[in-house]
Unconditional design. Structure first.
Length: 206
């Protein structure tokens, strides 16, 4: 899994410029346009938040865990609907920014969360953080399925029977290039070069 140092390299490094350019509690994960690209980015992000809230059946006074909460956009939306939220991140600057904006955010490894950590939750969500839960090295060692399985087991442990968990993530399709071709030294703008740049920007992730 990506370490505190890995995620600080990725997210704490861009913290100030991110907040100045996109907003204090803006999203860093994909929006939901549903094919209507006349919408603004902010409108499409709000549509995503509405969709997530509906998907996890979030209601006023529910408790929702946001895993890899970023700068707190989903938490901000849910709080405005009367939902109580708790967020976790490994980025020092993300946590500090969230707290300045009144959000209950903790620097915490999601793999260590149990009911004893924050108590039970009615539902949970993770938007764009799932890629950080397994490293390239762990994937190449054949540990990916076990890591994801344990992660889902942990989250199930803080939810009630029938509790919902929403995940937004990226996946590799059948046309994904071989790992050995992913390199910043690959031909400029090739698939290998682009994926290599992503891997270098987001270390410890897969």
């Amino acid at each position: 899994m990506a370490t505190n140092q890995d995620l600080d390299f990725t997210y704490s490094l861009i913290d100030k410029i991110f907040r100045l350019s996109i907003g204090e509690t803006a999203d860093f994960s994909g929006a939901k346009y549903d094919g209507d690209f006349s919408m603004s980015l902010e409108e499409a992000q709000r549509r995503k938040h509405e969709y997530v809230a509906e998907s996890i059946n979030a209601k006023p006074d529910d408790r929702v865990l946001d895993i890899g909460c970023g700068w707190g956009p989903l938490m901000t939306y849910l709080n405005a609907q009367g939902v109580e939220t708790t967020g976790v991140t490994l980025s020092q600057k993300q946590a500090a920014a969230c707290r300045r904006n009144g959000l209950d955010v903790h620097i915490k490894d999601c793999r260590t969360i149990t009911r004893d950590t924050f108590g039970p939750f009615d539902s949970a969500a993770s938007l764009g953080a799932f890629e950080h839960f397994c490293s390239v090295e762990e994937y190449r060692a054949g540990q990916q399925d076990a890591i994801y399985g344990k992660f889902f087991e942990n989250i199930a442990g803080v939810l009630p029977p029938g509790g919902r968990f929403f995940v937004q993530t990226m996946v590799f399709g059948p046309n994904m290039i071989p790992y050995d071709e992913m390199n910043v030294d690959a031909p400029h703008k090739s698939d290998g070069h682009i994926v290599g740049l992503i891997a270098k920007t987001i270390p410890g992730s897969w």
